[in-house]
Ligand binder design. Structure first.
Ligand SMILES: Cc1cc2nc3c(=O)[nH]c(=O)nc-3n(C[C@H](O)[C@H](O)[C@H](O)COP(=O)(O)O)c2cc1C
Length: 382
C-alpha cells in the first residue's frame, strides 16, 4: 500500500489514533521522534485552556519493534487526558443520564451542515470530530514521514509571517524558518513576535479572535518528486490539497505566491545556471516546483488561516430545537492558533513528500530505497 495515513478519534473521546501505512521496514523510529512534534503543536501564544490539560504522548500499538519499523502499518495512540472529565458525555457505551443535546450551531464550523448531512440532532456529534484536536493524529503521522525524509537529508520547517494586522516579510520567514521554534508565535523576529502577541491580546480583550499566514519550507528534496504526466500525480496540487485540508486554512500558494500574477515573466521564472559544472538556479521564486515536480530547490508553500470561529462575543445563530433566533454555542476556544497550524502544515507537507519520495525510490525497506536514491543522484549528477 502507498505511504499515507488515516486517523480516528473524537476531541473529548478516549484517544486520538493514527495508522500510517506503507512505511518501509528498517526505519529507526522512537516515541520521542513523535512526542517532539506533538509538543511543538501544543505550543503557541493564544491557545486556550485545553493545551494545559493535554500533554500529548504517543504509544505505539503496531509496526515498530525494538526501535525499528517492520514494514507493517504503524499504529499510534495519543490519549486525551481531558476524557477523564468527559467520561459520561463521551462514553462509547450507553450512559444512564445522557447529557442535554446542543442545538446552537456555530457559524464558521461544520456544525450546521454536519447535523443536516449526518442526521444528528445533537451538535456534539459533529463538533467532536470536526474539532482540530484531530490534527494531533496528523502530526503523529507527519513525524513518521519527517523521520523517513530526514534519513535522506530532507528537512521541513515552518514560520508564521502574519497574525491579524501584524506582518513580517515572507522572504525573511522562508529564510529563517528553522529558527521559528524559539518564538511563541513561530515568527523568527523577536520584535515582531512581541507585536504579534500584543495583537492576540488585543483581539482576546475585544472577545474576538485572529487568523494569519504561515509558510512551510522543505529543504533537500531531490528533483523529480511528483510528476507532470498525470494530473493526480502533480506534487503542487497534492501539497495544496493536503495543506488546505487543515482546519481553517482558506488559501494556499507557492513561492512568491499570488503576487507573481502581477509581475513580468523575467521577474518570476528561476533561471538555470551552471556552477562549477553543476546545474543550479539563480533564484527560487516558484517555490521549488515546476511541472508538478520538485526541481531541487526548497519547496516553499504558504497558507492563510481564517480567524478562529468560536468567540466570546457569541455570534448569531438559530436554536434548531425551538427554531428561534439565538446566540451560538461556546466551547472552550483558542484566540489564535496560527502557530499550531504551521506545525500541522509541516506534518501534512512531510506526509505528501514522503509519499512522493517512496513512489520514486521504492518502499519495501530502507536498504533498497537508499540504493535506489543514490543511483538516481549519481545519474543526474547531484
Ligand atoms: C490548531 C487549530 C486549532 C483550532 N482551534 C479552534 C478553536 O479553539 N475554536 C474554534 O472555533 N476553531 C478552532 N480551529 C478552527 C476550526 O477547527 C475550523 O475552523 C472548523 O473546524 C471549520 O473548518 P473550516 O474552517 O476549515 O471550514 C482551530 C484550527 C486549528 C488548525
Amino acid at each position: 500500500m502507498k505511504f499515507g495515513f488515516s486517523t480516528a478519534g473524537e476531541s473529548h473521546g478516549p484517544a486520538e489514533v493514527a495508522i500510517v501505512h506503507g512505511v518501509p521496514a528498517g526505519l529507526g523510529l522512537l516515541a520521542e521522534d513523535i512526542d517532539r512534534d506533538l509538543a511543538r503543536r501544543q505550543r503557541g501564544y493564544g491557545r486556550g485552556g485545553r493545551q494545559k490539560i493535554e500533554q500529548d504522548r504517543v504509544e505505539f500499538l503496531g509496526g515498530v519493534r525494538h526501535g525499528y519499523t517492520l514494514g507493517s502499518p504503524v499504529a499510534m495512540l495519543v490519549r486525551n487526558r481531558d476524557y477523564a472529565n468527559w467520561e459520561e458525555r463521551m462514553n462509547p457505551a450507553p450512559v444512564e443520564r445522557p447529557p442535554e443535546k446542543i442545538t446552537l450551531p456555530r457559524p464558521g464550523h461544520a456544525d450546521l451542515a454536519g447535523m443536516q448531512k449526518y442526521a444528528h440532532d445533537d451538535l456534539r456529534n459533529v463538533l467532536e470530530r470536526s474539532s482540530a484536536r484531530e490534527t494531533t493524529a496528523r502530526v503523529a503521522a507527519g513525524a513518521v514521514a519527517r523521520k523517513l525524509l530526514g534519513e535522506f537529508g530532507i528537512t521541513v520547517h515552518s514560520a508564521v509571517y502574519r497574525i491579524g494586522g501584524v506582518a513580517y516579510p515572507r522572504e525573511l520567514a522562508v529564510r529563517d524558518a528553522a529558527k521559528a521554534d524559539a518564538s511563541e508565535v513561530r515568527c523568527p523576529d523577536p520584535e515582531i513576535t512581541e507585536r504579534m502577541k500584543a495583537e492576540i491580546d488585543a483581539a482576546r480583550y475585544a472577545r474576538d479572535a485572529l487568523g494569519g499566514e504561515f509558510v512551510v519550507v522543505a529543504e533537500g528534496c531531490p528533483p523529480g518528486l511528483g510528476s507532470y504526466v498525470d494530473w493526480r500525480d502533480k506534487l503542487d496540487a497534492r501539497l495544496a490539497a493536503a495543506v488546505m485540508s487543515i482546519n481553517a486554512i482558506k488559501g494556499v500558494d507557492f513561492g512568491l505566491g499570488f503576487g507573481l500574477a502581477a509581475r513580468r515573466s523575467s521577474e518570476v521564472q528561476d533561471e538555470i545556471l551552471l556552477e562549477d559544472g553543476r546545474l543550479a538556479r539563480a533564484s527560487n521564486r516558484l517555490g521549488g516546483l515546476e511541472g508538478g515536480m520538485t526541481n531541487g530547490e526548497p519547496v516553499v508553500i504558504s497558507a492563510a488561516m481564517k480567524p478562529i470561529s468560536t468567540i466570546a462575543r457569541a455570534l448569531r445563530t438559530v436554536d434548531l430545537s425551538a427554531m428561534e433566533p439565538a446566540r451560538a454555542f461556546r466551547e472552550r476556544a483558542d484566540s489564535c492558533a496560527v502557530p499550531a497550524a504551521a506545525v500541522i502544515g509541516e506534518a501534512m507537507v512531510a506526509v505528501v513528500l514522503a509519499e512522493a519520495f517512496l513512489e520514486k525510490f521504492g518502499q519495501d525497506n530502507m536498504t533498497d530505497i537508499r540504493a535506489s536514491y543514490e543511483a538516481y543522484l549519481g545519474r543526474i549528477g547531484r
